[in-house]
Design a protein around this ligand. Structure first.
Ligand code: ZN
Length: 165
C-alpha cells in the first residue's frame, strides 16, 4: 500500500488510503433483518455509534466530514474506511490533514449493535490517525472479535453520557 501511496502522491499531491476491518468471530444472537435497514445511515443507532466514537477518541476526525454508507463487499469484510492525506510516507501521521473521509459498512456482514458500534469506533480510529494493532482482540486489531464495553449497553446514548460526564 505504501508504494502505491507514494506513486499517487507524485501525481495527485493527495494520497488515498484505506483500511479494511475483517470479520473475526461471529455475532451473538440470530439477527436476520438487513443491517442496512436496522442501522441505516442517519438512524439514531448509527448516530449514537458516531457519538461514542468521537467521545472514545476525543476528537471529531476529518473536521466532522465523514461520508458513511452501506456498500456491498465480500462477506468477510465488515467495513472499510478511506481518506486522503498529504503524507505519503505514513498515512496515519497527519490525521488533522485528512480529507475525503468515508466509512463503508458491508451489508453482507452480520451486525448486532455491539459489533456495529465497535466497528464504527474502529474506523473512526483510522481516520483519527491510528493504524492497526498487531495484537489480536483489541479495538484496532484487523479482525473484529470482541465489542467495546461502551458499545454493549444499548443504543439509547446512556453509555455515551456516562462516559463523557
Ligand atoms: Zn482497520
Amino acid at each position: 500500500m505504501r508504494r502505491l501511496a507514494r506513486l499517487l502522491a507524485v501525481t495527485l499531491g493527495l494520497v488515498s488510503v484505506g483500511c479494511v476491518l475483517l470479520a473475526g468471530t461471529g455475532v451473538a444472537g440470530s439477527e436476520t433483518a438487513s443491517p442496512k435497514s436496522r442501522f441505516a445511515v442517519d438512524s439514531p443507532a448509527l448516530r449514537t455509534a458516531q457519538d461514542i466514537a468521537r467521545a472514545y477518541w476525543g476528537t471529531d476526525p476529518c473536521g466532522g466530514e465523514i461520508e458513511i454508507s452501506w456498500q456491498r463487499r465480500q462477506r468477510h469484510v465488515n467495513a472499510i474506511s478511506t481518506w486522503s492525506t498529504t503524507n505519503a510516507e505514513d498515512p496515519y501521521a497527519d490525521p488533522g490533514g485528512n480529507s475525503d473521509c468515508t466509512i463503508q459498512l458491508n451489508p453482507r456482514a452480520r451486525f448486532d449493535w455491539p459489533k456495529l458500534c465497535t466497528v464504527v469506533v474502529h474506523e473512526y480510529g483510522h481516520l483519527a490517525g491510528h493504524d492497526h494493532d498487531a495484537a489480536p482482540g483489541r479495538l484496532m486489531s484487523a479482525y473484529y472479535t470482541t465489542p467495546l464495553r461502551v458499545c454493549t449497553t444499548g443504543v439509547t446514548g446512556r453509555a455515551l453520557r456516562s462516559r463523557t460526564s
